[in-house]
Design a protein around this ligand. Structure first.
Ligand code: PLP
Length: 708
């Protein structure tokens, strides 16, 4: 026992456990209730469990042997003989990639993410770790986290701050050469704001997080990084300066010389001005040369074709905040402001970090092939004289980190048929061809186990919410466990059209309540705390679901986050995505569903525009866009119903063999896994970044890089 506790503690110290189900289950098996109360956080489980209980459970569930095995695996993982990264990016080992993002979604117990962008960043770090790519993450530590969603009696979203205990996370202060804790400071109007630099290990990757809870800061500056996406534009501007400028200074203070800066979205664009400033002040470089040098070693990823998705800071606000940087850059303030303006000579116009990032990065990319096209069109005006197809914005399609999102049962299935080491060859098509000979019965049975678990989870969440709101229990229990079950979970914003299915309630009634072929639908999703339109959409959907026709068939689950997401992706039969084309830059939730043996039903937008081959899922619409949005919505709604009624539902219920397995459906599942899994995973994404962007950017920089 004496030795067991330190060993368990050691396992909690590296977020490697977030993608190792066999490690997570050790803590779950110690105390199931406590585990869920602690947001599945091993460190809090360990702190709260009593020694007596630990002693008893450890013997009951064979903990010592499992812990020893896990520690051995962790040790092997951290000291690899060889990795993909060593072979392909070994030259960058002493000069890693610095990966900046406003949010990182690694696990539900570290609430410093809000949605897709953060989760993508978390998956990027994890895949870089698995591949052995030298990379350092840089972000902010929001000590109050992000808000949780709770619906009130009128189904209006309330945003509650659920305090989390940072002491329950393996964050440690970084130390400089002299063993002193590293701090950085950033000039903001009228004051210096300080931040400690903490770090957390994500497998082999260090993630640096700036923490404003330091004693030199006035309370208002401690609060600066309290919450992700809280506050007004001034606070947002100051958070972005803290991330960009503070982040670049943190790297320097730690002696990390990055070969490439990768800005994941424009929020961290001020890092580029800080890099140039340092070259000018420390090395006496000419300002324009310094800006050029910075651009040549910067990679910028843009994430949204929605105009409102790009920050726009009023000229006064930006000017007031950029003065110290302009002085350091030895450039007139106006010229620095011009770097963030669409038209540099339009003096009153707002400052866009996205524009700054585009102007100061030689390599930029969108996140799917279609989004690349849309981004080149969207930003063509920044490159006068260039044709649209010559605009220097390419694309790397997003992917998902398989071990994070895959159900343990599916992993076992893959291990037994694709080979125990299949995870080290995820990006090879031939790895996935081996799914074809697997018996349909085995895939179907596995899915039924996952589905039963997910339906239990959804019923419980729904019953808890109803009890809290004083709504009558649904009797008999909602959701037919044998019915086709379709999920829809994402941020509630108009362009994602969460209400598209609710445009014809009679048709929806006929669809879900067909006595022979019933359909369950699960909805989940949050609106940004300041987004009244999104909140109204949630209210609209939740109200319709109280209709007696739908109450047993369609449920809304509160607080979509990594935990809820994982439960949905793993257990549902199909996933619905019906955005307004081409506004979904990529979308990744459907990829997580495919890996778990579900089928994707989607508008031909984002990744689906390049992924759908006619047989690996279902497509809504033709891909054509009508100029009148109302007509487009009507057409898409019609086609959505048609696809469900004529393709999805029949395929699920027909052609069943004697054991009840729908042969055609499972064949489509296999075909979907075979054609999609190797492409839309995060290993492929990170490999693409390394080969097409990081290596060229590293060579383009002034640091000495041998050719790959
Ligand atoms: C994967 C994921 C997302 C992003 O999915 P989209 O398809 O881009 O909406 C958002 N939130 C959570 C919790 C996720 O797991």
């Amino acid at each position: 026992m004496d030795k067991l506790i330190p060993k368990l503690q050691k396992l909690t110290q590296n977020l490697w456990w977030t993608w190792k189900p066999e490690v997570r289950t050790i803590f779950r098996d110690l105390d199931l209730d406590l585990y869920h109360k602690a947001h599945q956080n091993p460190m809090s489980v360990l702190k709260q469990i009593t020694p007596e209980q630990l002693e008893q459970r450890a013997a009951d569930v064979d903990v010592p042997a499992r812990v020893d095995r896990a520690l051995r695996q962790l040790q092997e993982y951290l000291t690899p003989v060889t990795t993909w990264g060593l072979t392909h990016a070994g030259a960058m080992r002493s000069r890693p990639i610095a990966y900046f993002c406003m949010e990182f979604g690694i696990h539900e117990s570290l609430p410093i993410y809000s949605g897709g962008l953060g989760i993508l960043a978390g998956d990027h770090l994890k895949a870089a770790s698995d591949l052995g790519v030298p990379l350092v993450g840089v972000g902010l530590l929001y000590h109050e986290g992000y808000t949780s969603q709770v619906l009130d009696a009128s189904f209006w979203q309330q945003d509650v701050v659920e305090p989390y205990d940072i002491a329950d996370l393996p964050l440690v202060p970084t130390l400089d050469r002299h063993g002193e804790p590293v701090q950085v400071s950033v000039e903001l109007p009228g004051r210096l704001v300080h931040a400690a630099v903490l770090e957390v290990q994500v497998g082999r990757i260090r993630l640096l997080l700036l923490d404003t809870r330091v004693k030199q800061n006035a309370p208002k500056d401690v609060a600066l990084a309290a919450r992700l996406y809280g506050g007004d534009q001034r606070m947002r501007m100051e958070q972005e300066l803290l991330l960009g400028v503070g982040g670049a200074r943190a790297l320097r203070a730690l002696g990390i010389t990055a070969s490439v800066f990768h800005l994941n979205e424009g929020h961290s664009a001020f890092a580029l001005l800080e890099r140039a400033r340092h070259r000018i002040q420390a090395d006496g470089m000419d300002p324009h040369k310094a800006l050029q040098e910075v651009a040549s070693s910067t990679v910028f990823t843009t994430h949204t074709p929605v105009d409102a998705g790009h920050d726009r800071f009023p000229a006064d606000l930006a000017g007031e905040h950029l003065r110290p940087l302009a002085e350091g850059l030895k450039l007139p303030l106006d010229e620095v402001m011009g770097l963030g303006r669409i038209n540099p000579h339009d003096h009153g116009s707002p400052f866009l970090p996205t524009v700054l990032a585009l102007k100061l990065s030689r390599r930029a990319n969108g996140v799917s092939a279609l989004h690349g096209v849309v981004s080149r069109r969207m930003w063509n005006h920044l490159y006068p004289g260039l044709r649209e197809d010559a605009v220097p914005i390419g694309h790397v399609t997003n992917g998902v980190h398989l071990p994070t999102w895959l159900a343990t049962e599916m992993n076992h299935l893959y291990e037994s048929h694709l080979g125990v080491c299949y995870q080290s060859a995820l990006t090879r098509p031939d790895t996935w061809t081996k799914i074809l000979p697997v018996s349909s019965a085995e895939i179907w049975e596995t899915k039924q186990v996952l589905k039963a678990r997910t339906i239990r989870f959804i019923r419980k969440r729904s019953a808890d919410m109803r009890a809290r709101l004083g709504l009558p229990e649904i009797d008999p229990a909602p959701l037919d466990p044998d019915a086709l079950t379709i999920g829809f979970a994402r941020r509630f914003v108009p362009y994602k059209r969460p209400d598209l299915l609710f445009t014809d309630l009679d048709r929806l009634d006929r669809l879900v309540n067909d006595p022979e072929r019933p359909v369950n639908l699960i909805f989940s999703g949050r609106a940004h705390p300041a987004d009244q339109t999104g909140k109204a959409l949630i209210q609209k959907v939740a109200r319709i679901l109280e209709d007696p026709r739908f109450r047993h068939r369609i449920l809304f689950i509160e607080n979509y986050n990594i935990h809820v997401g994982r439960m949905l992706y793993q257990g549902i039969d199909a996933w619905l995505n019906n955005p307004q084309r081409p506004l979904e830059a990529c979308g990744t939730s459907g990829m997580k569903v495919v890996l778990n043996g579900g089928l994707h039903i989607s508008v031909r937008d984002g990744w689906w525009a390049e992924a759908y081959d006619g047989e690996n899922g279902f497509a809504i619409g033709t891909g054509e866009i009508h100029a009148d949005q109302a007509i487009q919505d009507q057409r898409d709604a019609d086609d959505l119903f048609r696809v469900l009624e004529e393709e999805v539902v029949p395929m699920y219920y027909e052609d069943r063999n004697a054991a009840g397995v729908p042969r055609c459906w499972v064949d489509r599942v296999k075909h979907s896994i075979r054609t999609l899994a190797w492409r839309f995973n995060a290993d492929r994404m990170v490999q693409d970044y390394v080969q097409h962007l990081y290596l060229p950017a590293a060579i383009g920089s002034s640091c000495q890089m041998p050719p790959p």
